[in-house]
Structures are given as structure tokens and as C-alpha cells.
Design a protein around this ligand. Structure first.
Ligand code: GLV
Ligand code: MN
Ligand code: MN
Length: 490
């Protein structure tokens, strides 16, 4: 961090006023420098730590944002070369915060500090280190870095030795599921819900999860994965800070929000097989064109999710699928490929992905059942062979109400401290995006704090969080730790 001394003449006149100004500027500069290194020790726990929670955290987010497998855009998938470089960086930051660090058998990075009470259950704080393709630099990284920064602030104020329970930061190796189409490889392993068959999942080039792990000197056996799992008895709870990835907080003009729950999600791969042929010679009525079929299926999905009432009959009696249960339903085809992909060839095969999310799990099931009915019916009509593969399914998650209250108090007190007044009631949000907290909810109670992002944009290089909002999120986490994990506060 660069600090500049106040401008002065290189040869100040030795008069008392100049001497006074000179001494004050030295004192101010020393205070800034020491402040950045040591926080404001002795301030009775009221420190704001802008140098760590804002300046250094933002610097680190940008550093991590440069660690990419591609020239010109950010892409860092499970155990890729860039992920390995990022691992070294994150370990060095964990160590700088006074944490003992290690990498587990699924490539997750852990940084832990023990407590005075050696048998106490640990608080886990985390998010993910992988990214989507052409990603923004805050998704995942913000949560990992602001957790490390909050612990560094505790170290500087001498409170790391006074923890009532162990605190562990985890940077999960895979949340996005970009490489193997199977999300939460990292957090699912820690939660002990990763199916052993995941080891045999393949990426686009046919490399399995097991291959990748072994290439990187991990054991990659069912037993080694079993060792990644945490004993629920040893864990008190899991907290995650994450950018909102939507526009609500910005619209409300609020930097932080509390997450009430996370929508369940299903990912499918649809394989549409037609008859490959010559674009110039096969008459239109004789074609079995998988591209046209895929287009029809994709538009059907869009109609189903825009106007589900046109496809489903709501049943208020049994409470199965109601208008309310489908609120917030979103469906996406994000990836499509065709073979052989040439302008003068009717394709032989088209594959596309489907991502369906809604907070009500029964409603999601109803949508998926209707979608598959429509897909098979429309493919039969076109005499095209279609198959649907289930790639990922995660149930909706409700965050723990106790943790939500505690995070809300911590976030409110952080904003009060930053701005000098009590902010209005903090927004409570549902998350349409998936998070490691979904997998961790199978291990322990979870709580999440959302951070405002510009234009609600995420999964894009346009993703942006104000430096002061990064600071607010780190300070909120620090207050949470001070109120619920440090010494006599518990
Ligand atoms: C993760 O970012 C997801 O919700 O897909
Ligand atoms: Mn993401
Ligand atoms: Mn994320």
C-alpha cells in the first residue's frame, strides 16, 4: 500500500511552525503505517481496519482475478493450472492471517485457528475459488478473501488467541461445476454428500475427476474422499459471504443483505440425435434435423418457465404446485453444441444443457416432469431420438434463523460504525444462485450475507463491487466473529 508524505519543501525552514507541521505529518504518517500493520490496537474492539478489510482485500480480489487459464478473460476451473497458482496465493494469505493451512484430498484449501477451548465445535467460513468461463472476479473470491481479512484483523487486534471456538476458512475447489457439470465438488466432499461415482465423471476431453486428482498427486479413492468429510459433531455452523449476483440490494440502496434461503436447482443434459446429411440435397419434409428440434425444445422450455400456468394445473387443494410455489422460477439453456458443426451439413447431434431453479422443490419436480413430457413428445413427432441426462440436483435450502439474526446484527453494527448512524432495516433475500452453503447445509446450520453488486451483474467480467462494500462485508464478518466467537462474548 502506498502512502505519500504531505508535500513540503525539500529544505524546510527551521522555524517553529514548520517544525510543528513536520512533526504532525510524521506522526500522521506513522499512525497510518502502524495503523495498517497493527490496526488500532487498544481501541476497545471498535476498529474499522480499512487498510485490511478494504484496501488489502480489494487488492487481493484483483490479484486473484488475474489468475486465469486464459489470455484476456478469467476462467479458473477445478484443479486447472490457474487453480493451482491460486491455491499458493490463498495459502500465503491464510498464513499471513495467522492461520494453519492445508489442502485436502479434494483440492479445498483450509486455514484454521484453534481456540482456548480445544473441544469446542468449529465455525467454518467459506466460499469457492473456481470461476465460470469469462467470469467476474468477485464471485467466490469475495467470500474467501473477506473471511481471511476478518481473521487477519482479529490477529492484529490480538484476539486470535482468545477464540472460544476454532474458526476455519475454506476456499472450496469447485462450486460452479463448469468442468465436470457437477457443482459443489469441494463443499459436497466436506459435507460428506459427494457420491463416489463423481470420481468417474468426465470433462469435455474425457478426463475424469479421478485422473485430474491423481495428476495433482491426490489419492483419488473413495477412502481418500471419505477423509475430506467433516464430522457434524465437530462443526458449529457455516457462514458464507457472497455477492448478491442480482439487482435487489442495489435497487434498495443497501450494501448488505441477509439470505433467507437458496433456490433448489436441477441441471440436465439433453442429447438430440437426428440424421446427419447434406444441406443442399435433403428436402425439408424428409429431414430429421436435431438443430431445429433443439430450437423447438428450448423455446418450449422458455414458454413453460415464463407461463407455467399454461402447462400445469395448479392444485391448491393438495398444495403441490401453486402460483406462489412457482414464484421466482427461472430456466436457462446456457450451453449448446452440435456435431459436426459445419454450415453446409445438417447436424447429426445437438446437445444442450438445462438449468431449472425455484425455491419450492415440489414445484421444480413438477416443471421437470412437464419438461421431459414435452421433450419426448416433441422429439417423437419429429422422429428424432432424444435423451435426458440428470447432471445435478440440489434441494432448496433454508438458512438458519439464529445465524440470520446474528449476521443481521453484525452487519447492522458494521454499517453503523462505518457511517455513524443506524441504517434502516436490513433486506432479507432469497438466493436464486447456488452456493456452497447448499452443500454445507447437509453438514451443519448455514448463514449467508449478500453484498451489493453493480447492476446486479455476475458471471460476467462486468461484475463489480464497490470497494466500500467489500469493506462493509469484511467488517460485518469481523463483528460477527467478535460477537459470537471471541472470548467472553460467547
Ligand atoms: C453458481 O454460481 C450458480 O448458481 O450457478
Ligand atoms: Mn458463480
Ligand atoms: Mn459463487
Amino acid at each position: 500500500m502506498a502512502f505519500s508524505l504531505p508535500k513540503s519543501s525539500p529544505f524546510p525552514l527551521p522555524n517553529p511552525l514548520n517544525l510543528l507541521i513536520f512533526s504532525i505529518s510524521i506522526l500522521l504518517t506513522l499512525n497510518l503505517i502502524l495503523g495498517s500493520e497493527m490496526g488500532s490496537v487498544g481501541n476497545g474492539g471498535n476498529e474499522l481496519f480499512p487498510e485490511i478489510l478494504r484496501d488489502e482485500a480489494v487488492f487481493r480480489i484483483r490479484e486473484l482475478g488475474k489468475v486465469s487459464d486464459r489470455e484476456g478473460y478469467l476462467e479458473r476451473t477445478f484443479l486447472s493450472p490457474a487453480a493451482l497458482r491460486a491455491t499458493d496465493l490463498i495459502i500465503s494469505w491464510m498464513q499471513d492471517a495467522g492461520l494453519r493451512s492445508w489442502v485436502d484430498q479434494m483440492g479445498n484449501i483450509h486455514g484454521r485457528t484453534e481456540s482456548v477451548n480445544s473441544s469446542a465445535e468449529a465455525l467454518l467460513i467459506g466460499s469457492h475459488m473456481d470461476t465460470v468461463v469469462d467470469a467476474g472476479m468477485y464471485d467466490g473470491a469475495l467470500g474467501v478473501i473477506c473471511a481471511i481479512s476478518a481473521l487477519k484483523a482479529l490477529k492484529i487486534s490480538g484476539k486470535l488467541q482468545k477464540l472460544y471456538r476454532p474458526v476455519e476458512v475454506i476456499a472450496f475447489s469447485d462450486e460452479e461445476g463448469v468442468r465436470f457439470q457437477s457443482t459443489f465438488l469441494g463443499s459436497a466432499a466436506v459435507a460428506g454428500i459427494l457420491p463416489p461415482s463423481t470420481l468417474l465423471a468426465t470433462d469435455k476431453s474425457g478426463v475424469t475427476v479421478q485422473n485430474v486428482l491423481r495428476e495433482n498427486s491426490f489419492e483419488a479413492t473413495i477412502e481418500s474422499l471419505g477423509r475430506v468429510k467433516y464430522n457434524p459433531q465437530s462443526v458449529w455452523g457455516y457462514v458464507e459471504v457472497h455477492i448478491e449476483q442480482g439487482p435487489v440490494l442495489e435497487t434498495l440502496g443497501y450494501p448488505l443483505g441477509i439470505v433467507k434461503g437458496i433456490a433448489g436447482q436441477t441441471r440436465l443434459k439433453v442429447i438430440v440425435n437426428g440424421v446427419q446429411g447434406h444441406a443442399g440435397t435433403v428436402p425439408m419434409p424428409l429431414r430429421q434435423d436435431p438443430m431445429a428440434a433443439a430450437a423447438e425444445l428450448i423455446v418450449t422450455l422458455e414458454s413453460l418457465c415464463r407461463k407455467p400456468e399454461k402447462f400445469l394445473t395448479y392444485d391448491n387443494e393438495c398444495g403441490c404446485v401453486t402460483k406462489e410455489s412457482l414464484a421466482g422460477l427461472v430456466c436457462t439453456v446456457g450451453e449448446l453444441s452440435c456435431w459436426p458443426s459445419a454450415s453446409n451439413v445438417i447436424p447429426g447431434q445437438v446437445n444442450f444443457t438445462v438449468d431449472v431453479r425455484v425455491i419450492d422443490d415440489k414445484a421444480r419436480e413438477a416443471i421437470l416432469a412437464e419438461l421431459s413430457k414435452q421433450i419426448y413428445w416433441k422429439c417423437d413427432r419429429r422422429m428424432i431420438n432424444c435423451t435426458i441426462e440428470l447432471k445435478h440436483s440440489a434441494e432448496a435450502v433454508l438458512c438458519d434463523s439464529g445465524l440470520a439474526v446474528q449476521l443481521k446484527q453484525a452487519a447492522t453494527s458494521a454499517l453503523r460504525k462505518m457511517h455513524g448512524y443506524t441504517p434502516s432495516e436490513m433486506p432479507i433475500l432469497m438466493s436464486g444462485a447456488g452456493h456452497d452453503a447448499m452443500a454445507m447445509a447437509r453438514l451443519t446450520k448455514v448463514g449467508m450475507l449478500f453484498v451489493r453488486c453493480r447492476g446486479g451483474i455476475s458471471h460476467s467480467p462486468e461484475e463489480f463491487v464497490l470497494d466500500d462494500d467489500v469493506w462493509a462485508s469484511g467488517l460485518a464478518l469481523l463483528h460477527f466473529l467478535e460477537q459470537h466467537v471471541v472470548g467472553d462474548s460467547v
